[in-house]
Design a protein around this ligand. Sequence first.
Ligand code: ZN
Length: 264
Amino acid sequence: MPELPEVEVFVRNLQPAVGQTIQRANVLDHRLNLDASLIEGLSIEAIARRGKHIVIHLEDGSDVVVHLRMSGRLRLHRSPEEVKYTRLELVLDSGDTIYFVNPRRLGTVTYCPVGFAPSLGIEPLSPEFTSHTFATLASKSRSPIKLFLLDQRKVAGIGNIYASESLWRSGISPQRPANGLSDSEMCRLHENIIAVLNDAIDGQGTTLGSSVSDYHPSVGEQGEFQNHLSVYGKEDEPCERCGNAISRLKQGGRSTYYCTSCQN
Ligand SMILES: [Zn+2]
């Protein structure tokens, strides 16, 4: 599933659409429940990321919010073209088109007439995400730290890959209760969350497979951060810090990868 870095890469690549007007919206999947007439003729004021959502701000104060879920993508193409599994096309006045491609139809598009008001937690790449704020949030939770990191109402945008990676970088066991970490551990984890997310954005995100459902930052391209993962998907491989075999654990129905020797 695209997490914060992958969604951020899509958002950055969509920036040329800002300032353009949506001439036509072709809704090609009835499940999307979007009335094209509400957004046609409006200009795009901004395209931003909030957690794992892509928010298209329109000039009348409304937002079109796209959540990619497992396999979706949202891309700008310079000339009209047939793109397989396209569920929505936003044709802009320059002739550019934004394509919402959604092979497994799990992604969603939501129209918010008065703007997007999500119950999402703090943005980990915003200035508000200080180690103090992070520690205060964690001190109120008895959940294992890995599950705390996945809770979008606490910190927005971190998913399974980057939670595992930031805990490994910090040498912290994913099973520790969030409120049981020391100040210095919280400080380290805070720093490593920011670092791993920025490293992944710099690497254009993580592409784990080669199917049409996998994340691709642009046509025919893959992210490259999968080459820099230390634990995620590496069960039984040697830990690059201590040589111990990486373990896999189920937490909240999801796999957690970690090193039982150097993550305490
Ligand atoms: Zn290790």
